[in-house]
Structure formats: C-alpha cells, structure tokens
Write a protein that binds this ligand. Structure first.
Ligand SMILES: Cc1cc2nc3c(=O)[nH]c(=O)nc-3n(C[C@H](O)[C@H](O)[C@H](O)COP(=O)(O)OP(=O)(O)OC[C@H]3O[C@@H](n4cnc5c(N)ncnc54)[C@H](O)[C@@H]3O)c2cc1C
Length: 395
C-alpha cells in the first residue's frame, strides 16, 4: 500500500477532521450501562452517516460514496485519533453488508443497505453454534422449506454479538440434511422481531453482555429473505468471514495506538520508586515492546490492505493480521496494567487522568482478540496449509 496520501485523500481527511473536531461527544456522555450505550452509539452512527462518513467505500447507488478502501481507512484512523465512539453497526457495515452488496437482489439491497449505513438497523451474525464454531460446517440449525419457498427455522446460535439489540440476523441454516457438510447450508436473513426467537444475553468477563444465545423455535421466514442460492450459503459465509477479518487489523491498530499513547501520558502521572513511572526502566521496556508490536500490526495490516486493493477482495493475508492482532492487543493490554502497578488492581487513589477501570476493561476484552472472527489456532492452520503450503496436520 502506498504511504503518501493523494489530494483527494487529504481533502477527505480534512473534512473528517473538521466534522469530528466539532462533533465527537465528550466520553463522559457515553452511558456505562450497555443497553443505554448501544442507543447512544446508534444516534452517533446516524450523525456520522448524515455527514457522509459511514460506509464510504460502499457504492454510491447504495448510500456510500464509492470511495477507495484507502479513503475509508484514512477516515477510520481519524475517528480513532479524535477519540470518536465506535460505530455500533459494524456487523452490518463490515461483515454482513459486503455480502449483501455482492449477493443481494435489488429488492434486498433497497430494503437493507441504507438502513445499515444509518444505524437504523443493527445486524447480528448467526453463524456459531455449540460444537460449530471453528468447525462451522458442523452447524445443526435447520430451515425447513415451506410450500411457498419460505423457511421454518429451528435451532440454537451462540456468541451472537449485539443479538439483543439487532433488528436483523444473518443466519446460516441447514436446508438439505442429506448433502455433504459444506453443501446444504443456506444464508437466510431473519427479522429478529419474528415470533419464536428467544434471546438470552451472555455476560462476558468484562461485565458487558455484548453477545447472546439465540434460540429459534419454528421461526417463519419468507422466501424473499434467502440471500443467494438455496443451499449455496457456505460460499457466502466464507465471503462474509473474509470481510470480517479483511481490514479489521488496520482499523483496530488505530484504536490501540490511541490507547497506548494515552498510557504513555498516564505513565508520566503515575509514580514508581519515587519518580514518574515513565522513567522506570521496566515500564519503559514494557511500553516500548507494546509500541513495537503495534507498529508490526500496522505494517502487516497495511500490507494486507495493499494486497486487498490489488486483488479487489480480501485474501488469506487477513489470517496473518488476525494472529498478530490477537497477540499484540493482549500484550499491549498487559503493558497497560504493568504500567499502572498497584493501581491496576486497586483502582482507587490513582492520579488524576489515570483510569485503571478502563485499562481493566481493555485487558479483559483483549482476551477475545484471539477467538472472535476465527481463533488464532485456526488462523495458524490456514497460514500453514494455504499460505505456506505445509501438509495438513492431524485433526
Ligand atoms: C467477543 C466475541 C464475539 C463473537 N461474535 C460472534 C458473532 O457475532 N457471531 C458468531 O456467529 N460468532 C461469534 N463469535 C464466535 C466465534 O466465531 C467463535 O468463538 C470462534 O469461531 C471459535 O469457536 P468456538 O468458540 O466454538 O471454539 P471451538 O471451535 O470449540 O474451539 C475451542 C478451542 O480449540 C481450538 N481448535 C478448534 N479446532 C481446532 C483445530 N482444527 N486445530 C487447532 N485448534 C483447534 C480453537 O482454536 C480454540 O482454542 C464471537 C466470539 C467472541 C469471543
């Protein structure tokens, strides 16, 4: 990927900076309660959409700006730098949306895409099941086909992020029980207000209930909600997952960079052995390692994005990004707690401007970095077999 921005990219960066400088909410305004926070973030996404700063790389016909991926990344980096809240509709925008753009009928695109951009509809991804996470093709949720071509879904999904806040879910369900595992799966768009859906939020180690179990009991879905071909869902699911990982590493490193820069400032205020923690050799070494890790993540991510721009779609490199991301995020979060010293556990009594609770949250959330979007071990298998061409390991 090129390192210097062209005039159009610089102009867009200025536009984003100006909007963000005037509009980024004070972090104190963001509610702590997760449900209230989601509503706050939906309103924030609507404002960003009003300013034309959501889904920039989506085609203009579907409410985007037809911008390049580089421009999208530039804007995302500005958002991170400005301390902007996250875009809550990211499953719709970055995960399911690209598959809708590629595979959706005109009616589906007209119905769903603009509402994804504005945050009017939050989407969730109903892929994983108990016993069908890494081995996704083992999924057992069934969709019986009705006489009018519609579906009746029975099954159980788990780890479904934002399910309790979502209007729509992209569900993978088995529509042909006799076909081999990867065939006979369909990709069905399910209205989360349908009768027969039960959502049971799961509380993560962070204390947030970001994901849920979702039970489907004879949930009726009309034929028009099938995405792509009947029994052709596996290929679309792989497309969705490749976008989930696609340029996530680059976006995430921009967020982590802001956190680490904040930690360096906090280390000036913290005391260690009677002097600022930033002067302590161990703290300096830990923060330096975190800095190096983030630089590696950034450059690896940019390399993958460069390849993605050249190929026109995400490639296997995103598996490398995902492994690096999981490791770097966890190391950086640990570095943050190290620098806090006793405040990491005690919280109270930290100097002004130092927020141990925020770092505890960063540390705990980082555990998920090597699991979501495909675990680190699975990515290593992909790297070994499909990038390096090593023989398949024993399964
Ligand atoms: C924060 C978070 C959000 C998520 N959001 C969603 C969501 O919105 N929608 C959704 O569908 N899913 C979601 N997931 C689920 C995620 O995709 C799965 O957790 C992940 O794919 C791993 O599956 P699993 O949890 O079933 O673990 P398992 O597949 O049971 O794996 C358990 C362990 O065994 C290892 N393992 C398994 N198979 C192999 C193998 N062949 N070789 C080597 N090691 C192996 C794994 O790496 C892992 O360490 C989310 C997960 C997290 C943590």
């Amino acid at each position: 990927m090129k390192l210097a921005l062209d005039d159009g990219e610089l102009a867009l960066r200025e536009e984003a900076r100006a909007f963000l400088a005037a509009n980024v909410p004070d972090p104190a305004q963001i509610p702590h309660d997760f449900d209230a926070k989601v509503e706050f973030l939906r309103a924030w996404q609507a404002r960003l959409h009003g300013a034309g700063l959501v889904g920039l790389s989506w085609p203009e016909a579907y409410g985007g700006r037809g911008a390049s991926l580089t421009e999208q990344i530039v804007v995302n980096a500005e958002m991170a730098r400005a301390g902007a809240p996250i875009v809550i509709g990211n499953v719709g925008l970055d995960v399911v949306g690209p598959s809708l753009v590629e595979q959706g009928t005109d009616a589906q695109k007209a119905r769903f895409l603009d509402r994804i951009l504005s945050g009017a509809d939050i989407w969730c991804q109903g892929f994983s099941e108990v016993g069908a996470g890494s081995d996704l093709a083992a999924l057992r949720t069934k969709a019986r086909i009705t006489d009018d071509g519609g579906f009746v879904i029975d099954g159980h999904k788990i780890w479904t992020s934002y399910a309790q806040h979502a209007q729509w879910c992209a569900v993978l369900a088995r529509t042909d029980a006799n076909a081999p595992a990867h065939r006979g799966i369909s990709y069905i768009l399910v209205d989360m207000s349908s009768a027969g859906i039960e959502i049971r939020p799961l509380v993560q180690v962070t204390g947030d209930a970001e994901f849920s179990e979702v039970y489907f009991d004879a949930v009726e879905v009309p034929a028009e909600n099938l995405l792509g071909e009947l029994n052709g869902g596996w290929a679309i699911a792989m497309h969705t997952l490749s976008h989930e990982r696609g340029w996530y590493g680059v976006g995430r490193q921009a967020v982590l960079r802001v956190l680490l820069d904040g930690m360096v400032e906090e280390a000036r205020a913290l005391r260690r052995g009677g002097r600022p923690a930033l002067e302590d050799e161990d703290v300096r070494a830990t923060l330096a390692r975190a800095h190096i890790g983030l630089e590696v993540l950034k450059h690896q991510g940019l390399r993958s994005v460069g390849q993605m721009i050249a190929d026109g779609h995400p490639g296997l490199e995103s598996s490398v990004d995902k492994v690096v991301l999981g490791r770097v995020e966890q190391e950086m979060a640990a570095a943050g707690l190290d620098a806090l010293g006793a405040h990491a556990a005690l919280g109270a009594g930290a100097p002004a401007g130092v927020d141990p609770e925020a770092w505890q949250h960063v540390y705990l959330y980082a555990r998920a970095g090597s699991v979501y979007g495909g675990s680190a071990q699975i990515q290593k298998n992909i790297i070994a077999e499909r990038i390096l061409g090593l023989p398949r390991g024993a399964r």
